[in-house]
Design a protein around this ligand. Structure first.
Ligand code: HEC
Ligand code: HEC
Ligand code: HEC
Ligand code: HEC
Ligand code: HEC
Ligand code: HEC
Length: 413
């Protein structure tokens, strides 16, 4: 009822706005443009809405997610990023997307991705008296592959809104309970009108329930600080190419100026540069290396509540998530190990295929080993459990300075 009222009020205003096209680079999602504070001459509305000839609900040019893919799809032309293939192109004029690949995007892809999940590199270094590991996951040499897991499912290459269990949503539970089934679309996570947040992420995701169980929204909003908007004539860098210095952010033009091939960059991005032991910074695509990791993890935790760890050795009162690996520290946060959209990592072997999803419950008892094999990669960036080996060498036999993985070492950064 409230949404319907808003639709009418907003729709009436919008009819006046659509006529005057003035559009800053950086996309149609800029809050100050859509709110009107930047002037009553927004061009953005016309990217997504039609007054009389709409093809989707809310007077949209298409139903979601197809309407987002009009610009962000593989054959979209209205944005430099192609989220189906996890690619960013350089900025063109008309169309906005040129034919030149700038690089491969941080979130992976919904249909195909080019994460070099089988080409990870690791180098041991001395930290005090401990031997520790640094790693890098490059862009896949042999090109892109179909994804093996994604936050939204694709059927024969068509990305759809999907129902799935919001794993671990809700408070700790003494009875085995994996989480509610919800509907996830692009606007579950992103705010199409802009909100000044990193990647226009909704600060309080509240997906519609698709089953009987109730989704428990986070008690407090989870903001993720944004970088400054790009100047007119440029666009942001959404690729995995970062340089050091804590600022993290580069504009698309600055990435071009580096002169690196489009296959440069690091999907693991635990440290920038990946093999530095001093003078490194954390992953900081918003230029906030001291806070990005905790903000982005807190954001993922708005849905996956029970993935928050109080320390790997702390036993919780939850029946399924009894002990939990650290997941919100600077060097091991949700998006150190996972991508946000979809991954092509491979799970060819037995043990990785028999890791149960949290709903493997029989007779009220959770079993962490599944009796049926699954090649789902759970948005991980490295094949099988190579993820663990990116940081751990449990035998204690590798000495500092030893590098494992393919040579030559993939390009810095
Ligand atoms: C990037 C695409 C996009 C742009 C740009 C955009 N909208 Fe929307 N708009 C949507 C979507 C998607 C919805 C459906 C509700 C939602 O997901 O928030 C929507 C919903 C609305 C609503 C219904 C109220 C609501 O939020 O539920 C109004 C009114 C509206 N838009 C007006 C505008 C106006 C006016 C502009 C330009 C100033 C604009 N929109 C720009 C995508 C867009
Ligand atoms: C489950 C939440 C979620 C859903 C669903 C989702 N996104 Fe994202 N998206 C994110 C997050 C988080 C990031 C930031 C990832 C990072 O910086 O590592 C992101 C990044 C992006 C980017 C920047 C490019 C990149 O790859 O980093 C674009 C563009 C984008 N999303 C568009 C979309 C579109 C279009 C859809 C629907 C087809 C969608 N997203 C669905 C969470 C989501
Ligand atoms: C009319 C074209 C158009 C449509 C439709 C559109 N976008 Fe965008 N979007 C852009 C452009 C242009 C940018 C700037 C970056 C780029 O070139 O990819 C952008 C940027 C983004 C970003 C990164 C924002 C940031 O903070 O830097 C996200 C996330 C995103 N879009 C999600 C969506 C989602 C979700 C939808 C559907 C509701 C959508 N877009 C529909 C054109 C569009
Ligand atoms: C140290 C690496 C690492 C970090 C950090 C991490 N994960 Fe995971 N995650 C994994 C692995 C590996 C799996 C596959 C299942 C397994 O082996 O337990 C997984 C699986 C999942 C799943 C699928 C359901 C399941 O449990 O199998 C969800 C949801 C998930 N992680 C969410 C998160 C969230 C949210 C965060 C941040 C709060 C996070 N993860 C941080 C490694 C990690
Ligand atoms: C809006 C709620 C929401 C947010 C926010 C969210 N997720 Fe999820 N996540 C889901 C749902 C629902 C599923 C189940 C999807 C399915 O089964 O298709 C899921 C699935 C997953 C999986 C398992 C994927 C698979 O198919 O194996 C992982 C891993 C995961 N999420 C990690 C993350 C990380 C990391 C973040 C933050 C970048 C995040 N999620 C943010 C709702 C969310
Ligand atoms: C990004 C780096 C990173 C990844 C990836 C990672 N770990 Fe860890 N892990 C750590 C760090 C650092 C600690 C130390 C304690 C802490 O953070 O709570 C730790 C702690 C542990 C511990 C507790 C004992 C100890 O050595 O302190 C175990 C067991 C463990 N990890 C296993 C795994 C497994 C299994 C995987 C793969 C599913 C994995 N880890 C992936 C960084 C990582």
């Amino acid at each position: 009822m409230r949404r319907l009222a808003l639709l009418f009020a907003g729709g009436a205003v919008w009819l006046f706005l659509a006529a005057i096209p003035v559009f800053a680079d950086g996309g149609p999602h800029i809050a100050s443009v859509n709110s009107g504070t930047a002037g009553l001459n927004a061009d953005s509305c016309a990217g997504c809405h039609r007054a009389h000839t709409a093809q989707g609900e809310f007077l949209l040019i298409e139903e979601e997610p197809a309407m987002c893919l009009v610009c962000h799809g593989a054959s979209g032309t209205g944005a430099t990023t192609d989220v189906e293939n996890g690619v960013q192109y350089t900025l063109g004029t008309d169309p906005l997307r040129s034919g030149t690949v700038l690089g491969y995007t941080r979130a992976g892809g919904f249909v195909n991705a080019r994460i070099g999940s089988g080409e990870a590199v690791r180098v041991a270094y001395l930290s005090g008296t401990n031997v520790r590991q640094n790693g890098k996951v490059p862009v896949r040499t042999a090109g892109s592959q179909p994804v093996t897991s994604a936050h939204m499912p694709n059927t024969a290459g068509v990305v759809g809104e999907g129902d799935g269990i919001a794993w671990g949503n809700g408070p700790d539970s003494v009875t085995a309970y994996a989480g509610p089934e919800v509907a996830v679309g692009c606007t579950t996570c992103h705010n199409p009108h802009g909100n000044g947040q990193y990647r226009i992420l909704n600060t309080l995701p509240d997906p519609a329930e698709a089953g009987v169980d109730v989704f428990v929204p986070a008690a407090t909003a989870a903001p993720v600080t944004d970088a400054a908007l790009p100047p007119t004539g440029d666009t942001r860098n959404y690729t995995i190419i970062q340089t050091n210095g804590g600022t993290g952010t580069l504009l698309a033009s600055q990435v071009q100026a580096l002169g690196l091939p489009s296959t440069a960059g690091d999907y693991w991005r635990r440290k920038v540069p990946w093999n530095g032991t001093t003078g490194t910074s954390n992953d900081a695509p918003n230029g906030q290396s001291a806070t990005f990791y905790s903000q982005i993890s807190t954001w993922c935790l708005t849905c996956h509540t029970r993935y928050l760890s109080a320390g790997w050795d702390v036993q919780t009162t939850d029946n399924i998530y009894k002990y939990r690996h650290t997941s919100n520290a600077s060097s091991r946060n949700c998006i150190t190990c996972h991508v946000a959209h979809g991954s092509n990592a491979q799970m060819p072997d037995y043990n990785s295929q028999h890791v149960a999803f949290p709903d493997n419950i029989t007779g009220g008892q959770f079993n962490p080993v599944s009796s049926t094999a699954s090649t789902d990669s759970r948005l991980l960036k490295v094949d099988n459990r190579g993820t663990c080996q990116m940081c751990h060498e449990p035998t204690g036999t590798i000495t500092a300075g030893t590098q494992v993985g393919p040579t030559p070492v993939p390009l810095l950064p």
